[in-house]
Ligand binder design. Structure first.
Ligand code: CP
Length: 286
């Protein structure tokens, strides 16, 4: 595998190798040089890629676009090619525009991992989520997951839906017409209360101010996970969120900190699956 741009780049064998943990205890690889190229803010994705790379004793080049020659007008592709000339052989790209990680891979020939592209995909987040579900439930087949919120602009959903369907999980989408957009208009459930007691997991999506959508926090709060809804969930059901969370918007303080909330497990899982992805993508660099 030379690039992980979306979930469909993973064969069934590669997917199983990442999710069964067999790729998560790597041998040191002195040839691995990872460049983090994040054009949008990130805490958990960026740092967990760095932690995963350090498990291989890899060198990590962490470029801050604001303090780089990007601020002088250098293009994303030229920047990535420069990192390649400096020795990077894997570039981890986050960008506000869908398709940019693919463009970098095609234009430079470098190995590229998509760390979130616009409203496209966020494949390693979905892998971390699948890992977390397996930890909680022992497997995926037959689980029911309700994904709630700004569906139309969610790159997390872009990857999560592809991955969960492959794993045999039933995905229900919840939101109003604007949250669904044209993309999901024909299949969205308009009320969280219709499904909250039926599912194994309520997966909340963030209210994303930075995507320029007009959804107000008040409108988003109609779908908020609050104590009343949390109490209606079945005994072992869990609440997931890719983070960062907006406390008081998509989730209340009490519910965010409740035992059902597995958000920090998702963060921990991110290091494991990103280790597995590095292991697949740098197999021939040993
Ligand atoms: N879930 C996620 O991508 O979080 P960060 O923006 O903090 O990386």
């Amino acid at each position: 595998m030379k690039a992980l741009l979306g979930i469909n780049d993973l064969s069934d064998i590669d997917l199983a190798a990442v999710l069964d943990g067999s790729r998560c205890a790597p041998e040191p690889n002195p040839n691995l040089v990872v460049a983090n190229l994040f054009f949008e803010a990130s805490t958990r994705t960026r740092l967990s890629f760095e932690m995963a790379a350090r498990r291989f004793n890899a060198m990590v080049l962490d470029l801050n676009p604001d303090q780089s020659s990007v601020s002088k007008g250098e293009s994303v592709v030229d920047t990535a090619a420069t990192l390649g000339a400096l020795g990077a052989n894997v570039v981890v790209v986050r960008h506000g525009e869908a398709g940019v990680p693919g463009l970098v891979h095609q234009s430079t020939g470098l190995r590229v991992i998509n760390a979130g592209d616009g409203i496209g995909e966020h494949p390693t987040q979905a892998l971390a989520d699948a890992w977390t579900l397996k930890q909680r439930f022992g497997g995926w087949e037959g689980l029911r997951v309700a994904v709630v919120g700004d569906l139309a602009h969610s790159r997390v959903l872009g990857s999560l839906e592809l991955l969960l369907s492959r794993l045999g999980v039933e995905v229900t989408l919840v939101g109003d017409a604007e949250m669904a957009g044209e993309r999901f208009a024909d299949r969205v459930v308009p009320e969280l209360d219709e499904v909250v007691a039926e599912v194994d997991c309520v997966y909340l999506l963030r209210w994303q101010q930075e995507r320029g959508v007009s959804l107000s926090p008040d409108r988003y709060r109609r779908f908020q996970m609050n104590p009343g809804r949390e109490q209606r969930m079945s005994k072992d059901a869990i609440i997931m969120h890719p983070g960062p969370i907006n406390r008081g918007v998509e989730i209340t303080e009490e519910v965010a900190d409740s035992p059902r909330s597995v958000m920090l497990d998702q963060v921990r899982a991110g290091v494991e699956v990103r280790t597995g992805v590095f292991s697949l993508i740098c197999e021939d660099l040993a």
